[in-house]
Design a protein. Structure first.
Length: 88
C-alpha cells in the first residue's frame, strides 16, 4: 500500500478534472496514478476525492478493467454505482 502523501495529490487532481462519467473518471485515475494504479489505490482516491462510501468504493474496485470474473463490474455497473457521488 502506498502512503497517503503519494496518493492525495492524485485525489486532488482527480477532484478538479473534467470527466464524463465513472468510467472516464476511472481511466483518468489510472493516468494520474500511473504504476501506482490498482483496485486499492482507486478505492482510496474515490473516497478522498468524492467521499464515496467505503462499501461502494470496494464494489467499484471490482471494475472489469482491474480483473475479470463473474463478479466483475461492467462500465454501466460502475456508472450506476458511482452516480450518487459523481452527479454534479
Amino acid at each position: 500500500m502506498y502512503a497517503p502523501s503519494l496518493l492525495d495529490p492524485a485525489a486532488e487532481s482527480l477532484k478538479l478534472s473534467d470527466f464524463t462519467g465513472a468510467t472516464d473518471l476511472a481511466r483518468e485515475a489510472r493516468t494520474l496514478l500511473g504504476e501506482r494504479f490498482s483496485s486499492v489505490t482507486f478505492m482510496y482516491v474515490l473516497m478522498r476525492a468524492y467521499e464515496v462510501e467505503y462499501t461502494a468504493a470496494c464494489d467499484a474496485a471490482r471494475w472489469h478493467e482491474f480483473h475479470g470474473g463473474p463478479r466483475a463490474l461492467s462500465d454501466a455497473d460502475l456508472e450506476a454505482l458511482l452516480a450518487p457521488w459523481l452527479d454534479r
